[in-house]
Design a protein around this ligand. Structure first.
Ligand SMILES: Nc1ncnc2c1ncn2[C@@H]1O[C@H](COP(=O)(O)OP(=O)(O)O)[C@@H](O)[C@H]1O
Ligand SMILES: [Mg+2]
Length: 263
């Protein structure tokens, strides 16, 4: 019997998910995926049939892989299609935490890096999560000050976790001939500890297939080793491709992450 959400209390509704109270276990909540896809901080918006199911599957595969590898996440289980049970947040941290291995997207506009420049270790940036303000980036010196002077260990934890998660996911995608270029994640406090929350789906990252079977990914610039025009991620949507093409790409991500079960 599918779970009936009609009588359940909706706690929150965002761009891609609805959160319902779980009266059977109040330390957890239900996360229900929607068919909506957005870009430009919600300015561009479409409903894409089947997206909820694809995102649910990608998210399940990725979080189960991360849990198995010891990352502290909110993910508990996915009891039926489009529905995931997660530990309820005690405190939301209103940040999007970005990690970048390869320079792409917005960083090219404000930094003197070329597309494809490689960062080792991956760079981490904090953005204040606010759509009308377009998620402004926080200054590194502010983050360093908060960690050193204010002993605000949450920032240090998020920085470390973001790199650890990046390296785990990069290694997993590498097995399927795909480079994880960058991603943005969200964190919250659960039982007083910094915990990875929200979702990780096709809209969370950039994924570029390898351009050759054995690319040299230790170069200073790896653009020639990768195939950005074969991108599998939400940039396809941002760049205006039709929804069918975007759906096909997201489905390919779901298929790849199905393979994470064995690693
Ligand atoms: N473990 C959790 N407990 C409670 N709320 C959560 C949890 N994980 C994510 N959320 C919340 O779910 C809401 C909906 O998510 P989403 O659709 O991604 O929103 P947004 O449009 O803000 O990105 C967000 O407010 C997010 O903070
Ligand atoms: Mg979100």
């Amino acid at each position: 019997m599918p779970i009936d959400f009609s009588g359940m209390k909706k706690i929150n509704e965002g761009k891609t998910k609805v959160i319902y109270e779980n009266s059977a276990n109040t330390k957890t909540v239900f996360m229900v995926f929607k068919d909506d896809i957005t870009a430009g901080d919600g300015v561009k918006h479409d409903v894409m049939q089947g997206k909820a199911l694809i995102d649910w599957r990608t998210n399940k595969n990725i979080f189960e892989y991360l849990n198995r590898h010891g990352v502290r996440t909110h993910y508990v289980e996915s009891p039926e299609e489009k529905v995931t049970i997660v530990k309820k947040l005690d405190h939301k941290i209103n940040l999007e935490v970005v990690a970048r291995r390869v320079a792409a997207g917005s960083i090219l506009k404000w930094s003197k890096v070329a597309e494809g420049d490689r960062f080792d270790p991956p760079v981490v940036q904090f953005h204040y999560k606010d759509d009308p303000l377009h998620d402004p980036m926080l200054d590194d010196s502010y983050i360093d000050f908060m960690i050193r002077e204010k002993k605000s260990s949450e920032y240090a934890d998020m920085r470390n976790m973001n790199v650890a998660v990046f390296e785990l996911l990069e290694a997993a995608f590498a097995k399927f001939g795909v480079q994880l270029v960058d991603f943005k994640l969200e964190y919250g406090l659960i039982d007083g500890k910094v915990t990875l929350i929200d979702e990780i789906t096709g809209g969370s990252f950039r994924l570029w297939p390898y351009a050759k079977e054995k690319p040299d990914l230790n170069k200073k610039n790896v653009i020639g080793e990768l195939n950005p025009s074969g991108r599998l991620d939400k940039d396809t949507y941002r760049m205006g491709e039709d929804l069918k093409a975007v759906g096909d790409k997201f489905a390919q991500i779901a298929v790849i992450t199905d393979g994470f079960k064995d690693i």
